[in-house]
Design a protein around this ligand. Structure first.
Ligand code: SF4
Length: 321
């Protein structure tokens, strides 16, 4: 029987260059040095990735004091503050820094602005690892701004000496609204030298915005603690999707979501392996949504080189063999 049921599949979606690099860094560390390899925090915010690496011998810890003296530890893609690096040094840990280079860029901006004695208004979510790491570069100079509604309550030492930075994985539209309100309060507010919200976050939001108006339901694959995945649900709803849900995996689909649904939009956060999207498409096909049309708004070819500690170990291994 003919059916109008269809899937609009966002592109780009899924893994970004920073996540790919971080996951490969842990895999290579396991290959080169054997298990266990310690990882401070989740290497990327995805349950499936963390479970898969755990099965292969990665041990995820919250802090470096849980890592045995002298052991090898990977810092996650979200970055760490100087205090964490120092704590690792004190335990003589062998560190592998998988911080995404686009997060490192924001750290460097924070250091520079603090050196110039500016107050940094860091737009981001309190408690998120990336925000902790960036704020930790210049704790005396940084004020975290969680949302546009925070703006009215901010006090700065010198309103003529303020600059804003942001977490890399925020909603572009909400961040611009926060900046607009900050500028109303602090007309001398300086902009960062370039966008802090990264290319992957922006591209995934643009793609979901394009398909959302045609969708009765948008499903975002991604974990609850993945900032960019949660933002994709919000962006889908703001852009006209009738409903939107985030799931970690296809088994979480609920039958009532599909009542009266003709068009399903599908996307995934920047820390989500494509296999989880494929599983979702199979589950949708079983429900009659087998016509899959890709909605592409950008092509990505950015790649980052592996962390230098891994490159050095690979070189040494090659020389020895
Ligand atoms: Fe880097 Fe952006 Fe990916 Fe985060 S989402 S790891 S900042 S590329």
């Amino acid at each position: 029987m003919a059916t109008d049921k269809r899937v609009l599949l966002a592109a780009p979606r899924g893994y970004c260059a920073g996540v790919d690099r971080a996951v490969i860094a842990v895999e290579k560390a396991l290959e080169l040095h054997g298990a266990p390899i310690y990882v401070r925090k989740e290497i990327v915010h995805n349950k499936f990735v963390v479970e898969t690496l755990s099965e292969r011998g990665a041990i995820f810890v919250n802090e470096t004091d849980e890592v045995p003296q002298g052991a090898r530890v990977v810092f996650s893609a979200h970055g760490v503050s100087p205090a964490v690096r120092e704590a690792a040094d004190q335990r003589n840990l062998l560190t592998i820094d998988a911080t995404c280079p686009l997060v490192t860029k924001v750290h460097k901006e924070a250091v520079r602005f603090a050196r110039e004695d500016q107050t940094i208004l860091l737009i981001g979510h309190t408690g998120h690892e990336e925000v902790e790491g960036t704020a930790g570069e210049a704790p005396e100079h940084t004020i975290i701004v969680n949302s546009p509604d925070d703006v009215d309550f901010i006090e700065v030492p010198d309103p003529n000496n303020v600059v804003w930075l942001s977490q890399t994985t925020l909603s572009v539209d909400e961040t611009m609204e926060t900046v607009r309100r900050l500028r109303e309060r602090f007309p001398a507010l300086q902009d960062p030298p370039s966008d802090d919200i990264c290319y992957a976050t922006q591209n995934r939001q643009v793609a979901v915005k394009k398909l959302a108006p045609e969708c009765d339901l948008v499903i975002v694959v991604g974990s609850a603690n993945s900032s960019n995945s949660v933002r994709l649900v919000e962006v889908a709803l703001q852009s006209g999707a009738r409903t939107a849900h985030r799931i970690d995996r296809a088994a979480e689909l609920q039958e009532e979501w599909f009542a009266g649904v003709t068009t399903v939009g599908v996307t995934s956060g920047a820390s989500v392996p494509e296999i989880l999207v494929r599983d979702l498409l199979d589950a949708l096909a079983q429900r009659g949504y087998s016509d899959v049309q890709e909605v592409r708004t950008a092509t990505e070819d950015l790649m980052f080189s592996l962390p230098r500690e891994i490159r050095a170990d690979m070189k040494a291994r090659a020389a020895a063999s």
